[in-house]
Design a protein. Structure first.
Length: 756
């Protein structure tokens, strides 16, 4: 009884259908929670083993089994409902919205994911079992096989290579198992071991070829399909809704494979960075940024109003203008009015929203005015430089026209020197006095009808920059210098910038620190339980989130106001036969894959300037991560496949030697018993045969005689005789003869096949 029970568990736990179901479920759950995939795999294996036993019972007891299945079905549904309810208490979105929204745009929800697991688990167990063991249907199995691919495909995400190969292998093996190796009351497989061996060799060869053969790189222009037949509009709408709830961020969206569906189309002369969100407060305990009062503070504006938010050298130009109007001001602050600043020439950029873009419009770096928008509602400017919809969301087909200054101001030494002269302790006082001077000049312009409109607009632009700075600079000091009083970070930042005499040089030195010290960009790195301090001093591995967070905290620790921002890197040129979309000339396309986190620092005398600390030799790794993962997965699979193939080839001789070594140490009775058991396995003799039957089968197949071993086995097993060492030696001798005879018989059989 004990032996039968053991054999039952071994047989059912190694069930190919059970293993295949586990692989399918793991491939699905990886999409919803990669870190928990092994856990879901174990749960699937355990629960589906139970489901399969129930299904076997149902085949023999239709009524009772069906009733139990319905009760279990309702129980799983009720448990899923409880999980969904628990999730709604802690998650800002409903389960339906969460399920339909791309996972790379969401934070992980344990309760929602577990509810989904329960539903998928019972569904997959039921359909896979039914269409294999009850009614084998190759077409339905193929439909089940592509379900995980459909889940990934709906969000343009690529399934990990090892899951693709594992599922393909599983599908092939299931077909072989159900077609060629599936026993029933009418069919018994005589030589199942050799068949499985051949199938295993084929599977290994398939895995090796699939993992190592070079894959062609195909770039297809899907613009027409994605624009004309956009099946993701509802999903895009849900993604846009998330902006309402993005009060914090942990950078998880940068560690997942995002959709390549266009988010914005842009007409511009050069690549730019687009900002869509800003964050003020960092929490070391959970490695998250959250919004502060400046991120939420806004005021209504209209197009053509100066944004006053970027710097661009406008502040320096404004102070220099004030000094030229008032000599006492120039003397007080030692400003050389003969200085000729080289302000970059402004450029225009038009952004077309390809999908619903939520509450915030994309703002290009160094923008100083939003000159036009097709959005008809009221818009507002936040204190951190975001353009916000006051009375609703920015909807699809809206356009946003900006004027911006290219960030080339600091390429000129005169500009650098002048900005450095404005890095004063009485910076607020200087700003306020310069504002008063320009305000008087602006009033004079209004009173003097002879002044032209262009000059008036110029003075108004300079005055607006000073007003904005005077209004918020104190807030910058209060909000943007908090680094959690982390002395390790402060000490390092001070060491890095010790020989720098300007804030710009300090910022540049911090920016280059990560490159010079071999920090690694890796989307697959597990950051659970780690924070910015760990990234800087320990792991030195992460994505743009970690780089930007580290630079912000380091800058703050040495007195430079800084904030963490998220948006997009606009760098992918729009390649299409007709580079026009909805009547607009298009130069660049921005997708979710271009999502990026970066720091903005406030430099006295200049204003806000964005930096790019994510600049290791692996800058292009973000684009090549998928191929890198593919290569690594291929190497792992190649190694495992070669080991498996080697094991298959060496197994007969290795197992023979192991048996001989172990049998020498056994008691004679046990040794004789194991010899009979071993020969039955080698000759594929089923358990229903007696020792005498085995004797005849072996003799007929190879000519070997094991009669004395059989006789000793019967005397010991049925007569209770205690065998001696001579018996063990004789059984070993007959075993070796039978083993060698089997090898010779198989060799002759292969030769006969070749002759035929």
């Amino acid at each position: 009884m004990k032996k039968n029970l053991k054999e039952f568990f071994l047989r059912t736990l190694s069930d190919p259908i059970l293993i295949y179901t586990t692989v399918v479920m793991m491939s699905i759950m990886y999409h919803y929670g990669a870190a928990m995939t092994p856990v879901y795999g174990i749960l699937t294996y355990i629960t589906c083993w139970g489901f399969f036993r129930l299904f076997e019972y149902m085949q023999k007891h239709n009524v009772i089994g069906g009733a139990v299945y319905m009760i279990l079905f309702m129980g799983v549904g009720r448990l899923s409902g409880y999980c969904i309810q628990a999730g709604q208490e802690t998650y800002p979105l409903s389960w339906g919205v969460w399920f339909l929204t791309p996972q790379d745009a969401l934070d992980y929800s344990f309760w929602y994911t577990f509810a989904l697991f329960l539903l998928f688990d019972m569904f997959m167990a039921s359909v896979i079992y039914y269409f294999t063991r009850v009614r084998y249907r190759i077409l339905m199995n193929f439909v089940i096989f592509i379900i995980p691919f459909a889940i990934y495909g709906k969000e343009y995400e690529k399934m990990p290579t090892y899951f693709i190969i594992a599922m393909a292998l599983g599908y092939i093996l299931i077909m072989v198992y159900m077609r060629s190796l599936n026993e029933n009351e009418k069919i018994k497989i005589v030589n199942k071991t050799d068949t499985w061996r051949s199938v295993a060799v084929f599977a290994v060869i398939f895995a090796v070829i699939a993992s190592t053969m070079p894959k062609p790189e195909i770039e297809a222009d899907r613009t027409v399909i994605e624009t004309l037949i956009n099946a993701d509009k509802f999903t895009d709408r849900l993604v846009a809704m998330l902006n309402v709830f993005r009060d914090d961020t942990d950078g998880s969206q940068f560690r997942s494979t995002a959709s390549d569906i266009p988010v914005y189309y842009v007409s511009a002369d050069e690549p730019l960075r687009l900002k869509t969100l800003t964050y003020t407060n960092y929490d070391y305990s959970n490695d998250k940024w959250s919004a502060g009062k400046l991120d939420e503070k806004d005021e209504t504006i209209t197009p053509d109003m100066p944004l006053g938010i970027k710097g661009n050298g406008i502040y320096a130009e404004a102070v220099l203008a004030a000094a030229s109007f008032d000599k006492s001001f120039a003397e007080k602050y030692n400003i050389n009015t003969d200085t000729q600043l080289k302000i970059p020439k402004s450029k225009k950029v038009k952004i077309y929203s390809a999908v619903q873009s939520g509450k915030y419009a994309p703002v290009p770096q160094s923008s100083y005015v939003i000159s036009k928008t097709s959005y008809v509602g009221r818009i507002a400017l936040t204190a951190t430089g975001l353009i916000k919809a006051n009375d609703g969301n920015f909807m699809q087909t809206n356009t946003f026209d900006y004027e911006y200054y290219p960030e080339t101001f600091f390429t000129d030494d005169t500009n650098k020197s002048f900005v450095h002269s404005l890095e004063r302790d009485d910076y607020s006082e200087m700003t306020s006095q310069a504002e008063d001077i320009l305000a008087d000049e602006y009033i004079n312009i209004l009173d003097n009808d002879s002044e032209n409109d262009e000059y008036r607009e110029y003075i108004w632009k300079l005055l607006s920059e000073l007003q904005f700075t005077e209004r918020y600079y104190e807030d910058y000091q209060n909000e943007y210098l908090d680094y959690g009083s982390n002395e390790k970070i402060k000490k390092l930042a001070e060491e890095i910038t010790a020989d720098c005499d300007t804030e710009y040089k300090k910022a540049e030195r911090l920016r280059w620190y990560f490159y010079d010290n071999n920090y690694n960009y890796d989307m697959t790195f597990n950051t659970n339980g780690k924070n910015a301090e760990d990234f800087i001093f320990d792991t030195k591995t992460g994505v743009c989130y970690e780089y930007a967070t580290a630079m912000v905290l380091m800058a703050r620790s040495i007195g430079i106001p800084a904030r963490y921002c998220e948006g997009f890197n606009m760098q992918t040129e729009f390649k299409s036969q007709n580079a026009r979309t909805n009547g607009y000339d298009i130069d660049y396309v921005v997708t979710a894959q271009n999502g990026h986190g970066f720091p903005e620092l406030y430099l006295r005398g200049y204003g806000w300037l964005s930096f790019e600390p994510t600049m290791s030799d692996a800058l292009n790794e973000e684009e090549s991560t998928a191929s890198g993962n593919l290569s690594r997965a291929g190497m792992y699979i190649l190694f495992l496949s070669l080991v498996t193939l080697l094991g298959i080839l060496l197994y007969p001789s290795v197992s023979h030697k192991i048996f001989m070594m172990r049998n020498v140490k056994r008691e004679p009775n046990k040794a004789v018993y194991m010899t009979i058991h071993r020969l039955c396995r080698l000759y594929d003799i089923s358990e229903g045969n007696t020792a005498r039957d085995a004797l005849e089968i072996i003799k007929n197949f190879s000519g070997a005689d094991i009669s004395e071993t059989v006789s000793m086995f019967e005397r010991a097993e049925y007569g209770g005789e205690i065998l001696d060492e001579n018996c063990r030696q004789k059984s070993t001798e007959e075993y070796l003869n039978a083993y060698n005879a089997l090898k010779q018989a198989k060799k002759e059989k292969r030769k006969t096949k070749k002759r035929r």
